[in-house]
Design a protein around this ligand. Structure first.
Ligand SMILES: [Zn+2]
Length: 463
């Protein structure tokens, strides 16, 4: 098994049970798992000898802050093809969606593959090592397999969410009928994906999630059936909930329930469930989520972009609700900088609830351990023996960190977010000196931009 030794980190942030921050820190990984963490001066002799004899890969982390890889709990990667679309720049959620559905109906399998590569490159360069993706449109032969293939090529730890929409406009839903699927086909494909790909083992690089899209795009029947299927196979459940006032109004009008009551009525609470946004989760909903261990993917940039509001993250955390971060789809952010998302989480809570509402270390904890808990994993989000070898390092020589040596860890959140210097996923170096090693990025971006143009041309030609 290959050994990787990271040495001399200015600070090593562990996020372990004691939240230790180790000055001049070192870490040893063997294969996919961390074996040892501590001060460089205390590195065990056997590892020192392996490093000296060239029997281990050695990373000199001098001048860098090293921390657990960040965890992204909500994304729609295909939307990287539809950033800054003029017709959707200045809209709230429902009209934003209505303006984009027809454009997305022209997606192809290659577009899903390449946009996933692009989105993952952006995430990896910004500190993320584990991500979920919620793909809920399958036009023109596109499949979740296309996103999974891209994740395997990029070397990213992936929770692939089999999204779905079944409630077209003719049945009282929001999406046009052309982009929804039959429920039987959705459930059949969900089962196929679980059987083909889901890996429940420790350090798994790929897990499958079932993820009907939202209360206004699927039926109650599909929500219930998906929950039964997920629980029969031990996979997690994910959807959108209580995103804005219109979303809550839809729930009250159609179901005569709050979004939290609706979720509970369908069996959509528990440690194996996480909901995106929850901007309008009420106190009863927060208590319910805390009691049941139901997770929340907090997406501050998207919530600001669509003017959805300020999610009650302070209240959720105080009540014990698991909260992670999500960059959300690139048509509503439209940037997917994971460390930047942690910064926005802190800033937005302060706008809503004052300067004590969130500190830098809490923001980093939400971005790492919080995300791990939301994804129902205990093998990522912290650096300690037995945890997955997922870590990133930021170079404090970047201009944005100049003068912040008083507290380099807090600087990661307070200062303008930089890209990573180093990223290691499952014991494998995937970013070195700021360069992505698993893909030829200019080639990927060239293809991505050509496909984005094709998508627009097809949509405007209306065929
Ligand atoms: Zn979303």
């Amino acid at each position: 098994m290959s050994t990787l030794i990271a040495l001399n980190a200015d600070v090593l942030v562990t996020m372990d049970a004691q939240r230790r921050e180790i000055r001049d820190g070192a870490l040893v990984a063997e294969g996919p798992a961390v074996q040892w963490v501590g001060p460089t001066a205390e590195l065990p002799h056997e590892y020192r000898r392996m490093a000296d004899e060239g029997r281990a890969q050695v990373l000199d982390m001098r001048g860098r802050v090293l921390l657990p890889g960040l965890v992204n709990t909500h994304h729609h990667m295909y939307q990287s093809l539809t950033r800054a679309v003029p017709a959707a720049q200045d809209a709230e959620l429902f009209s934003w969606l209505t303006n984009l559905y027809m454009l997305w109906s022209h997606l192809t399998p290659e577009m899903v593959y390449v946009s996933t590569q692009t989105a993952m490159a952006e995430l990896m360069l910004s500190g993320c090592t584990t991500t979920s993706d919620h793909l809920y449109l399958y036009p023109n032969g596109a499949r979740l397999d296309d996103a999974i293939a891209a994740a395997q090529q990029m070397g990213m730890r992936f929770h692939a969410a089999r999204g779905s929409m079944s409630l077209g406009r003719s049945k009282g839903g929001l999406p046009p009928d052309a982009v929804v699927e039959e429920e039987e086909a959705i459930l059949r494909d969900s089962l196929r994906l679980i059987q083909q790909y889901h890996d429940a083992s420790r350090h798994a690089m790929l897990r499958v999630v079932l993820a009907p899209c939202s209360p206004f795009s699927v039926t109650r029947g599909l929500m219930r059936e998906s929950a039964l299927l997920a629980r029969a196979h031990g996979v997690s459940l994910h959807t959108h909930l209580a995103e804005n006032d219109n979303d809550v109004a839809f729930s009250r009008e159609k179901f005569d329930m709050t979004p939290a009551q609706y979720a509970e009525s369908l069996g959509w609470v528990g440690r194996d469930v996480w909901h995106a946004h929850c901007v309008k989760l009420d106190p009863e909903g927060i208590a319910l989520f805390a009691r049941t261990g139901t997770g929340v993917a907090h997406c501050p940039c998207s919530n600001m972009r669509l003017a959805s509001g300020i999610a009650p993250v302070r209240s959720m955390r105080d009540a014990g609700v698991p909260v992670g971060l999500g960059v959300d789809g690139s048509a509503s952010n439209d940037g997917a900088h994971m460390l930047g998302e942690a910064r926005q989480a802190l800033l937005l809570q302060r706008v809503g609830h004052g300067p004590a509402a969130m500190g830098a270390r809490e923001a980093l904890e939400i971005a790492t351990l919080g995300g791990a808990r939301v994804l129902n994993r205990d093998d990522i989000g912290a650096l300690a023996p037995g945890m997955s070898a997922d870590f990133v390092a930021f170079d404090m020589a970047a201009v944005g960190y100049a003068g912040a040596g008083h507290d380099p860890v807090a600087a990661l959140v307070f200062c303008t977010p930089a890209n990573v210097d180093t990223s290691v996923i499952n014991g494998r170096v995937v970013v070195e000196r700021g360069r992505l090693l698993t893909a030829d990025l200019p080639v990927v971006l060239g293809r991505h931009n050509a496909l984005a143009q094709t998508l627009f041309e097809r949509a405007s030609a209306g065929h």
